[in-house]
Ligand binder design. Structure first.
Ligand SMILES: *Cc1c(COP(=O)(O)O)cnc(C)c1O
Length: 367
């Protein structure tokens, strides 16, 4: 049986009539930009992630950029980001005028290695962007303690971690601001690009909303120069249909992850995420480590099981960051991860047969 890495069409089929009705309604009302569906989604999403304010925007990358502009980043300001993430986390620091400073990631959870965080702080550091990578929350207790001791802001990159919790609280509620992506393959995905910023600070929220909409919320009045980064009405309507399903979809991901964990725990050659017991991860990706990663991926491919490497080059080693002249010994974990990680299929619509197929295939490779 073929097992795809993800199956967005299966998700659509499971809620087809709801989605079709929502799209139809937007088209009939020509509410393509902003409109009621956007405002309702912002309120519903803020409530879902326990934040006071949600400012929607065009994608998760813009969300990071807008958040940094709202926090008043200035040219030359240094921002600490994890060495292993999607490039949005770091490229937006540069776009906003800041300087990227990488910190290694943890060999247990793939998130910021907080034991190395403090030594990255200089008198130019203004903020930290922890990423809840693969759906596993970063150690927010340590990040918040260090940030507050040094007077730094925190933007949580929650693009892969909708509804994940740390010490019982939702991610995105620890930092000054948090950003989400609703890219189609994310745990909550639109049918195109979409993103949002959440915060409990009303003035940061209103600056972010203004900045994302050409610097003004009233037609013809531009208090500042901004950008055009809007969530469109169709995407908002689709996200509103999907949001109530997210808790169940998240439970499905957790069930699949626990079946994988149980099956793979006894195979010594497989490196598993060591779940921090303060966290309830949401398994955007299920990542294993193997010294024979290439052979394993090829073996699974021959069995029609699709896998992905997220991400094959840690950020400091990308051509885009050659100018930083990073020393590989500073990023030992990220380096090891880029060489060994493999993401196995995990999506809510996976059938029991598909899960068994993946478990049998991975097990037979090692045993
Ligand atoms: C997907 C993602 C983003 C960017 O989101 P887009 O909506 O694709 O712009 C940012 N950070 C991380 C960690 C992501 O996975």
């Amino acid at each position: 049986m073929a097992v795809p890495f993800n199956d967005l069409f299966a998700q659509y089929k499971s809620i087809k009539s709801e989605i079709d009705d929502a799209i139809d309604k937007i088209i009939r009302g020509s509410a393509f930009i902003r409109g009621e569906s956007v405002e309702l989604f912002e309120a519903e999403y803020a409530a879902a992630v326990d934040s006071d304010h949600c400012v929607s925007c065009a994608n998760g990358t813009d969300a990071l950029y807008i958040a940094m502009k709202s926090l008043g980043i200035k040219p030359g300001d240094e921002v600490i980001v994890p060495a292993h993430s999607w490039i949005s986390t770091s490229e937006t620091v540069t776009q906003a005028g800041g300087r990227v400073v990488f910190c290694d990631t943890s060999s247990e959870t793939y998130t910021l290695d907080v034991s190395q965080l403090e030594r990255k702080i200089t008198n130019k550091t203004v903020g930290i962007i922890p990423v809840h990578l693969f759906g596993h929350p970063a150690d927010m207790s340590a990040v918040c303690e260090i940030a507050s001791r040094h007077g730094l802001w925190i933007i949580e990159d929650c693009a892969q971690a909708h509804l994940a919790t740390f010490e019982g609280n939702k991610v995105g509620t620890f930092g000054d601001m948090a950003t989400y992506s609703f890219y189609p393959g994310k745990n909550l995905g639109a049918m195109g690009d979409a993103g949002a910023i959440v915060t409990n600070d009303a003035s940061l929220a209103s600056y972010a909303a203004k900045f994302a909409r050409h610097g003004g919320l009233q037609k013809g009045i531009h208090e500042i120069e901004g950008i055009n980064s809007r969530l469109d009405g169709l995407q908002a309507a689709i996200l509103r249909v999907k949001l109530p399903h997210l808790p169940l979809w998240t439970e499905q991901r957790r069930l699949i992850a626990s079946r994988y964990n149980q099956a793979f725990r006894s195979i010594e050659a497989i490196g598993l995420t060591e779940i921090d017991e303060r966290c309830d991860p949401v398994w955007h990706l299920y990542v294993i480590r193997s010294e024979e990663r290439e052979k394993l991926q090829e073996y699974l491919r021959k069995k029609a099981i699709e896998t992905v490497i997220n991400y094959p080059t840690a950020l400091p080693f990308l051509p885009a960051y050659r100018y930083l002249r990073s020393d590989a010994s500073d990023f030992k974990n990220a380096k090891q991860h880029q060489d060994q990680i493999l993401s196995l299929p995990i999506f809510p619509e996976m059938t029991d047969e598909m899960i068994d197929e993946v478990i049998d295939a991975v097990s037979s490779f090692f045993c």
